[in-house]
Design a protein around this ligand. Structure first.
Ligand code: KG4
Ligand code: ZN
Length: 412
């Protein structure tokens, strides 16, 4: 049994989670002891996207209170005065020197609590916004020094894959067992669109990826064109769902087309027939922009239709490529992960197709709260690596915004 404290600051969520986990790669279970997440979405909204300097500042401001709250929730916080050795103090001060706000809070916190019973600290080291990642990494290092607890540097995408495999057993408890290999993971988020193949446990091969925009980025940009707030994924999804419920008639499209002498309301399905597993979403985004620019008086109904057509196009491409990879690699387990896997339509289509046509493939999709960024997924990845004694050497931990989970497939 081990207790892992995890820190996630790769984007606009500051999150700390504590899990107690046991078992091994064939069968593991974990309980969420503490989980505190602070979203910065409201702060970034006026910028129409995540503003890195602001993200960094907010992480630095909030990490200590969030860690305290997570430890408190886990009943691992014992108030007590503690003095750290001067050498350790100096090393921590140096680590946090660029974050005076965090440094001050850090020492106040460390000096008034006992070392908690934690076996490892897991921290997202990449990919993500590098300045934001550094705050989490330096904070993890400082905690590691103060409490003498080893660190596991975790790849954010690995967290998305592994957490998708968790089955809810009630009472904050989850199990991961009987997962058949190989696993194909379709990772779809604001920064990534990847097909990752896991032939053996914790070994990853990148078999496909976007050549331009990530799918979440395309959702966000299209939402912006339609005048919807950031983040746009859920907004597009809501409009598209309304369009489907209202069964917006085909004539609406036809009349739009004739009124504007613009026959392109059917959006393209980029690279659908390309034999590779790569994606491209920038053309799709541009096709939407073209329609919006040509139709300055676009109505609410037309926007709904366009949102639906966009969501359909994205889903068709994702499904087609993923199922091709599933067949070609003889995949037994398919995982969807990343923020966009919270999309209701994408979830439904994948579920339906797997149930109808691929009953020998198990499909895992995380619940929405685990699909978007969180620290539980980082704790879980940390647990599996700690179990293998794969701690990260203190001096080599760096934040890497472009960290890759896998090696590029050499057959490409
Ligand atoms: O994984 P994530 O939380 O953060 C990154 O690592 O990027 O993904 C965020 C992305 C955003 O682009 C957001 O618009 C998208 O996930 N997203 C959605 C939905 N919920 C979040 N996209 C489509 N439909 C949704 N329901
Ligand atoms: Zn993510």
């Amino acid at each position: 049994m081990s207790t892992i404290l995890a820190i996630e600051t790769s984007c606009d969520e500051t999150a700390v989670a504590i899990i107690e986990a046991s078992g091994d790669e064939s069968s593991a279970r974990f309980t969420i002891l503490g989980n505190v997440l602070l979203s910065q979405i409201e702060l970034h909204r006026p910028f129409g996207g995540v503003f890195p300097t602001l993200a960094k500042r907010e992480h630095a401001k909030n990490l200590v209170p969030i860690t305290r709250a997570a430890l408190e929730e886990a009943e691992l916080l014992l108030e007590d005065t503690q003095t750290i050795a001067s050498g350790t103090h100096d090393a921590i001060a140096e680590l946090l020197e660029r974050e005076p706000n965090l440094s001050e809070q850090f020492f106040d916190f460390i000096n008034e609590v006992e070392t908690p019973k934690i076996d490892a600290i897991a921290v997202t080291a990449g990919p993500g916004l590098e300045p934001a990642l550094w705050v989490g990494v330096n904070f993890a290092k400082a905690l590691s020094l103060a409490w003498n607890i080893p660190i596991v540097a975790v790849n954010h995408m690995e967290g998305h894959i592994l957490s998708a495999l968790a089955t809810d057993a009630g009472d904050n408890m989850f199990t991961i067992k009987d997962v058949a290999l190989p696993i194909t993971a379709l990772l779809i988020s604001g920064g990534h669109t990847e097909l990752v193949l896991m032939r053996s446990w914790l070994s990853y091969e990148l078999i496909g990826q976007t050549r331009d925009d990530a799918v979440g980025e395309a959702f966000d940009k299209v939402a912006r064109m339609l005048g919807l707030p950031y983040p746009g994924g859920p907004e597009i999804s809501r409009l598209a769902e309304n369009a489907r419920l209202e069964k917006i008639p085909v004539e609406t499209t036809a009349s739009i087309a004739t009124q504007n002498q613009f026959p392109q309301w059917k959006l393209p399905r980029p690279m659908l027939h390309d034999k590779k597993y790569d994606f491209s979403f920038s053309g799709l985004k541009t096709a939407v922009r073209y329609i919006v620019d040509k139709n300055p008086t676009i109505s609410a109904t037309q926007k709904k239709y366009l949102a639906m057509e966009f969501e359909d196009a994205v889903t068709e491409v994702l499904l087609n490529k993923t199922m091709r990879a599933v067949i070609d690699t003889n995949t037994k387990t398919l995982v969807l992960g990343g923020g966009v896997s919270a999309n209701t339509h994408i979830r439904q289509i994948f579920k339906r197709v797997i149930a109808d046509k691929y009953s020998d493939v198990s499909l895992y999709i995380p619940r929405s709260s685990l699909a978007t960024d969180n620290a539980i997924m980082i704790a879980l990845a940390g647990f599996y690596h700690a179990n293998r004694d794969q701690y990260t050497d203190f001096s080599t931990i760096v934040a890497n915004g472009n960290a890759s989970l896998a090696t590029q497939n050499i057959d490409e």
